[in-house]
Design a protein. Structure first.
Length: 268
């Protein structure tokens, strides 16, 4: 017989109950959005504030998703500028770019709202290189999912339990700056190109993971099902991607199989 504590939802509820109030950093992805719903539904307190940062690195679709849920469910939402585009350390796009992004974000949140700040990081994030977690540690940010020993699969299961069909199966969607190869300066026009091009190619990608990478010599488009597509499907998709790149004065280098974090260079 299982105990309540063996249930991820019950564990998360116990973690959230420790706080009289929480300020949640919500990006618009499945993790932080599910945490926002959990904080409102699993506690009886009114002390939940939602903070969402807008910048050239945040897809407009993510911001629209946060606003839509805030309106529908009555969240107390603050939309703010994270300020990373005034930080030269962030703009030079070093290996630990995420550290500077998150450091700016958590500083701005603390300036705007009082209370403990929480992120949607889960256990799976601990197995990856996440300099943003170091910034969170320095700023005293808590991670309820990690404290409750919740994995990504647990988070998606909770989203389904909450009936959040538009969120539960959202693909991983790191910030747009992750598409810029490490060492290349983060420029707003490059981020706009990535966002527009991915949006244009998404209807032709099926359920595959899609990434548009900006590299020193040009653009590489990646699809997780590229190796299983027919030659004709590849030709059509490649021509479409080539036209989109040319329209922005860019060169398509190749379309290739998706590789997680392939724009990230550890050697810089």
């Amino acid at each position: 017989m299982s105990r309540p504590g063996d249930n991820p939802m019950a564990r998360l509820k116990a973690v959230l109950a420790r706080h009289d109030r929480l300020v949640l950093a919500v990006s618009g992805g499945v993790d932080s959005m599910t945490l926002a719903h959990a904080a409102h539904r699993l506690t009886e307190r009114d002390g939940v504030d939602i903070c969402h940062a807008v910048s050239p690195a945040v897809p407009a679709a993510a911001t629209a998703r946060v606003r839509a849920h805030a309106d529908r469910f009555g969240w107390r939402l603050r939309v703010l500028d994270a300020g990373e585009f005034t930080d030269p350390d962030y703009l030079r796009n070093p290996v630990n770019r995420c550290y500077f992004c998150k450091s700016n974000l958590y500083t701005r949140i603390r300036q705007a709202v009082s209370g403990p700040v929480a992120s949607g990081a889960n256990l799976d994030d601990l197995g990856d290189y996440r300099p943003g977690l170091e910034a969170a540690r320095e700023k005293g940010v808590c991670h309820p999912f990690i404290e409750a020993a919740c994995t990504k699969a647990d988070v998606r299961a909770m989203a389904r339990q909450f009936g959040l069909d538009d969120i539960s199966e959202l693909p991983a969607q790191p910030c747009l700056a992750s598409r810029i190869e490490t060492g290349l300066r983060v420029e707003p026009e490059d981020l706009r190109f990535v966002e527009v091009t991915e949006a244009a190619l998404t209807p032709h990608s099926g359920a595959a993971t899609l990434r548009v990478r900006v590299l020193p010599a040009g653009v590489r488009v990646e699809l997780s099902d590229w190796n299983t597509r027919t030659d004709e499907e590849r030709r059509i998709f490649r021509e479409r991607a080539k036209r989109l790149c040319a329209a922005s004065g860019r060169r398509l280098l190749q379309v290739a199989e998706y590789r997680r974090g392939s724009a990230f260079r550890h050697d810089l």
